[in-house]
Design a protein around this ligand. Structure first.
Ligand code: PHE
Length: 483
């Protein structure tokens, strides 16, 4: 899979463990400057109504934005912004959201933020440097140079802090350009949690102990939890934190997430869960939680102690966050004007599809977007039931091979074209060949595209037409030479 190199060395080489996925912040694979493509704008007619396009402006979630050379959102992606799966009470994503909200019953839930955010909210406010590779166009959906579809719910952390709540949860749809397979989809859902305490070694430790004591008993211990992470220089406590205070908050964070996982998975026999070190620009120390599922370690959650710069910024005019929805304005928020310098907190972000796939046995991430009654009617608010596959239609495989252009090549741009042309009929895109000609040094790649609809049979004729369109668009937009 393609991810970007960060300036920080990953703490753990996850490839050793065969992890299916890791966060966008710490994975070190490959960093290509992307070739911008506008092709998908004209490809997928069925969804063209979602973001009304004109030459110069684009309408996203009811607001017009000026287009510029950063604009790379597509009608197909924009059509997802109105779905709000996390708010449909009987949808699996919403059922998991509600379970987590029930678990953290004293947290304030914030579920109505629109997915459109400024790049400042998604990156700068979270201490992500201007030249950080996670900002690349090929990994994100930009509306224009200063606005985008959020890549994570952390983009609303400051808004949460400004709501005046000392503990809150934020859920929403997040958008990332990515590869294509059964566990990756360019839109998924996250749940962010944040809680903070008064700073000062003694007060923090006391508050943390009291808070843990006040929580309900842990759920039955069917989950095997492994945590051999230690605080170390590569994943340090922040200078501004007294070690005792930070240790107490770390203990609270780990307790909170362990008990959440135990409660969520109480009916799953022998589930293995582990903690590993991680890196995020907006937390230190940082960790990820993974679960062992179908033979692979699956990242479900990133977390850590919130950077004190972020706490300092909360409520300060400089962070100039637009408070949306307006109901967030309250007297507590006004009291925040001085920032939260004397508070210390933890934060986490969990992927809801990952949790749902395990809990509901949903084998393909595209199913969450299905509007087929055979899928939707299987679920009811508050209930976790195993999904019963209603049919498996035969796949149709097509290969495409081409010589890469000399300069720019980025696999995400290729996947984006395939999605733009084929929509949800594309199930998987896998590179099956990659060689460099010994004499000319030209590189040739071959991808196998698996087409399969989840609700009907596809005809070979239909797929041939789609494949032809993929071929011509790739040739035109990515300057490859078809073979
Ligand atoms: N926003 C991070 C991600 O999407 C997860 C995270 C949230 C990490 C909060 C730390 C604290 O990968």
């Amino acid at each position: 899979m393609l991810r970007v190199v960060t300036h920080v060395k990953p703490l753990v080489d996850r490839s050793l463990y065969g992890a299916l996925d890791v966060s966008i912040w710490s994975k070190s694979i490959q960093f290509n400057k992307c070739a911008f493509t506008t092709s998908a704008f004209r490809l997928n007619d069925q969804s063209a109504t979602a973001g009304v396009q004109s030459e110069d402006t684009i309408n996203v979630c009811g607001k017009d934005y000026a287009k510029d050379e950063w604009t790379n959102v597509t009608p197909n992606i924009l059509s997802k912004t109105s779905r709000k799966l996390h708010l449909h009470p009987s949808h699996p994503i919403s059922i998991i959201r509600q379970r987590i909200e029930n678990h953290f019953a004293t947290f304030k839930p914030l579920n109505k933020f629109e997915p459109t955010v400024t790049t400042k909210m998604n990156f700068d406010d979270l201490c992500i440097p201007a030249d950080h590779p996670t900002r690349v166009k090929s990994d994100n959906y930009y509306i224009n140079a200063t606005n985008m579809l959020r890549a994570h719910t952390s983009a609303h952390q400051l808004q949460g802090l400004e709501s005046g709540a000392t503990k809150f949860l934020i859920s929403g749809d997040v958008y990332r350009r990515d590869e294509i397979d059964s566990s990756h989809y360019p839109v998924f859902h996250q749940m962010e949690g944040l809680q903070y305490f008064d700073m000062g070694p003694k007060i923090t430790a006391k508050q943390v102990q009291d808070d843990i004591a006040s929580q309900a008993e842990l759920a039955a211990n069917t989950v095997q939890l492994v945590d051999d992470t230690l605080i170390k220089p590569e994943n340090p406590i922040q200078d501004r934190h007294a070690p005792e205070a930070a240790q107490a908050v770390v203990a609270h964070l780990k307790h909170s997430l362990n008990s959440m996982v135990r409660a969520l998975f109480k009916d799953e026999p022998n589930l293995q869960v582990r903690w590993i070190d991680a890196y995020f620009p907006f937390t230190s120390p940082s960790w990820e939680m993974e679960i062992f599922y179908q033979g692979e370690w699956l990242e479900i959650c990133g977390c850590g102690i919130v950077r004190q710069d972020l706490m300092d910024a909360a409520g300060k005019p400089a962070c100039s966050i637009n408070m949306d929805p307006p109901s967030l304005h309250n007297t507590n928020a006004l009291l925040l004007k001085k920032g939260l310098q004397n508070k210390i907190g933890w934060a986490f972000g969990c992927g809801l599809e990952r949790l749902s796939m395990v809990l509901f046995d949903i084998p393909d991430i595209r199913l969450f977007w299905s509007e087929d009654e055979r899928f939707l009617s299987q679920f009811a608010a508050g209930e976790i039931v195993k999904f019963k596959p209603f049919s498996k239609f035969p796949p149709c495989l097509k290969d495409i091979s081409f010589w890469l252009p000399e300069k720019e090549w980025n696999e995400n741009n290729f996947c984006e074209i395939v999605r733009g042309v084929a929509g949800d009929i594309v199930e998987n895109v896998t590179k099956i060949d990659d060689f460099t000609h010994p004499k000319t040094q030209k590189r040739s790649v071959c991808y196998r595209i698996t087409y399969r609809s989840m609700d009907r049979n596809v005809t070979n004729e239909e797929i041939n037409a789609i494949q032809e369109k993929v071929r011509s668009t790739v040739e035109e937009d990515l300057s490859v030479q078809l073979r």
